[in-house]
Design a protein around this ligand. Sequence first.
Ligand code: SF4
Length: 113
Amino acid sequence: MLDGEILEPFRCTGCGECCRWTGSVLLNNGDISRLAAHLAISEQAFIDDHTRLAPSRIQLALLDQKNGSCSFLDSDRCSIYEARPEQCRTFPYAWNVSEGCPPLDALLADKTD
Ligand code: SF4
């Protein structure tokens, strides 16, 4: 996990790179309620149409596109940005990110200079 002090200047540029990474966008109860309301559908309809069981089998995750991108990534932009899941809101805090996020890579390169 990355150090909070190092991450303080981090600013997401909205490039969508992390939304293309394979893996699970895990959902908590609040995410499901917020996203269902944002899409104006019932929570059950959201679960049925937009989620899958995560590999851990104890949590739901957003569906993926065939290429592994998040199903809500639309032309490099998050189509549900205002209501995005907690996991996306807290990126890159609490993530195990080594490289691949342009502003984070630049920040880490500055710290090693
Ligand atoms: S919900 Fe939005 S921010 Fe989160 S991975 Fe999907 S497209 Fe990216």
